[in-house]
Design a protein around this ligand. Structure first.
Ligand SMILES: *Cc1c(COP(=O)(O)O)cnc(C)c1O
Length: 423
């Protein structure tokens, strides 16, 4: 987690830490009798006649006060240590959408028709599905890279005969492989050739990583995950410093119509208030579980950037304020061992998604669309805020139960049972 901010060299007071801003940003004006929290504004239209004044609300798909407190708060958080800003929000607000995928779609709309997009080969699977679909329709060209291999990404961004990239799409750490991209080096290489850089920062949250400070053009979030944090809403957001890009993103939302519901956005802001507490506890739990799992007899491999020997460790330590709370675990016994583990837990919830207060896990390759280079036996753990000893006891027992299932299957010569739903 970030330390207390240092005083600014120009003598102005330091900006509050993101932990404080998560609580204080996006509040209504402090006038006597005013509500402490913003209202849930339920209206599809606004009183309006003649040519609307700048900023005047007209219609609920174009803009509504229901979105604005959350959009302001998220932008403030993403800019906490931006070199170009002091304590005030000087850039445009965030843009909230109906889902993380709507935010991804909006960010990809910044690519010109026929443009080249360089993308991590392991990124959120539906982002890759969408890119594949857009490429299939001839709207853009996609070049997958190993995002941890900086030289390879830089070469792909510079391009060959078919010209440089138009967009470098980054996800860091990646879902589900937890690879860490060298943000400063890759942003610099992309800007050298005039490419935009978008960073899906869902795993990190603005508490642990602020891509705008590294020069990225657009930050993308699945708000569904840590920002809302309670597994009760599906929402997405983009943040940019560039007013022109912001206007294009808002225009895309207005015409495509993937808009967020007022109550969902209100819940996301409510969830944001406890972001620091949730992320701190989940991360502390994750670090402890990663350490214990790495030494477990029934575990082949643990991926967690917080482990000192993880390939992404040094890079994450240099550019992030913490290592997050997602683990990749490969239990012994291959995909069957992974399925048996997921079937044996009692406290952990077998479920997709991540970033909620409750701990969840799933074998990622149960989805046919997951990249074939993701190991078949990789179980992604989203560590929640429960007591770490309870989480450990459940995992440890489930790993032992999975191992027993496997040895029984070996003795009788049958395959280990496939729990339902992992097709
Ligand atoms: C979940 C997720 C998304 C998609 O978000 P939705 O809210 O499910 O549409 C995008 N990127 C990452 C990294 C995610 O984990």
């Amino acid at each position: 987690m970030p330390d207390a901010p240092a005083p600014r060299p120009d003598g102005r007071p330091a900006a509050p830490s993101p932990r404080t801003l998560a609580v204080s940003a996006g509040r209504p004006a402090r006038t006597p009798g005013a509500a402490l929290n913003p209202a849930v504004v339920l209206t599809s239209t606004f009183v309006s006649q003649g040519a609307p004044a700048a900023g005047e609300h007209v219609y609920g798909r174009i803009g509504t006060p229901a979105w604005e407190p959350f959009e302001e708060a998220l932008a403030v958080l993403e800019r906490t240590d931006h070199p170009a800003t002091g304590r005030a929000v000087t850039g445009p607000p965030a843009t909230v959408y109906a889902s993380g995928m709507a935010a991804v779609d909006a960010a990809l709309s910044l690519v010109p028709v026929g443009g080249r997009v360089v993308v991590p080969r392991h990124a959120y699977q539906v982002t890759l599905v969408l890119l594949g679909e857009l490429a299939g329709r001839g709207l853009l060209r996609v070049e997958p890279v190993d995002v941890a291999d900086t030289d390879a990404v830089v070469a792909a961004v510079r391009g060959g005969a078919d010209g440089p990239a138009d967009l470098l799409w980054l996800e860091s750490p990646t879902n589900p492989m937890l690879e860490v991209a060298d943000l400063p080096a890759l942003v610099a290489a992309a800007h050298e050739v005039g490419a935009l850089v978008a960073v899906d920062s869902t795993f990190a949250t603005p508490l642990l990583q602020r891509p705008l400070a590294h020069g990225a053009d657009v930050v993308v979030h699945s708000v569904t995950k840590y920002l809302a944090g309670h597994s009760d809403v599906v929402l997405g957001a983009t943040v940019t410093d560039d007013p022109e890009l912001h206007a294009r993103l808002v225009a895309h939302r207005t015409t495509r119509g993937a808009i967020a519901g007022p109550f969902e956005v209100w819940l996301a802001l409510r969830g944001l208030r406890t972001l620091a507490l949730r992320v701190e506890r989940a991360q502390q739990n994750a670090a402890e579980l990663a350490r214990r799992l790495a030494a477990h007899a029934h575990v082949v491999e643990v991926r967690y950037p917080g482990l000192p020997d993880d390939p992404g460790h040094l890079r994450a330590a240099a550019q992030m304020d913490g290592f997050g709370a997602i683990l990749g675990v490969r239990p012994v016994g291959g995909a069957d061992g992974a399925d048996a583990l997921v079937a044996a837990v009692r406290l952990w919830v077998p479920a997709t998604s991540l970033g909620g207060v409750e701990s969840t896990l799933e074998r990622r390759r149960r989805f046919a669309t997951e990249s074939p280079t993701v190991p078949d036996d990789l179980v992604r753990l989203s560590v929640g805020i429960e007591d770490v000893e309870d989480l450990w006891a459940d995992l440890d027992a489930a790993l032992a139960a999975a191992a027993r299932t496997r040895s029984a299957a070996t003795r009788t010569g049958t395959a280990a049972p496939q729990p339902g739903g992992a097709g």
